[in-house]
Design a protein around this ligand. Structure first.
Ligand code: ZN
Length: 89
């Protein structure tokens, strides 16, 4: 069974997307949607970071574009640097 949710994303572009979500009653990940695993540096053995593995109860790549959103522009008058009417030099 798929549990779909509407989310706002900024990648690869601003949009509303419909996404699959982890099973809240999943016996594997208990609804977290994945597993964290610390790993160490291969030479020193010291903590080097945390890997995150998605659980099989959902598919994070399963998403559908619903509505593209306009790119956010900086506040104030917007000036396109490529559309200058002044000579470049
Ligand atoms: Zn799971």
């Amino acid at each position: 069974m798929m549990r779909l949710r509407i989310q706002r994303t900024t990648w690869p572009r601003p949009a509303l997307v419909l996404t699959d979500t982890p099973d809240p009653n999943c016996p594997e990940c208990e609804g977290d949607g994945g597993f964290e695993q610390d790993y160490g540096d291969s030479e020193t053995g010291e903590y080097a970071g945390t890997d995150w593995w998605p659980c099989t109860c959902w598919n994070e790549s399963r998403r559908w574009l619903l509505l593209p959103l306009p790119h956010r522009r900086p506040a104030g008058p917007y000036r396109d640097p490529w559309a200058s009417d002044e000579p470049p030099f």
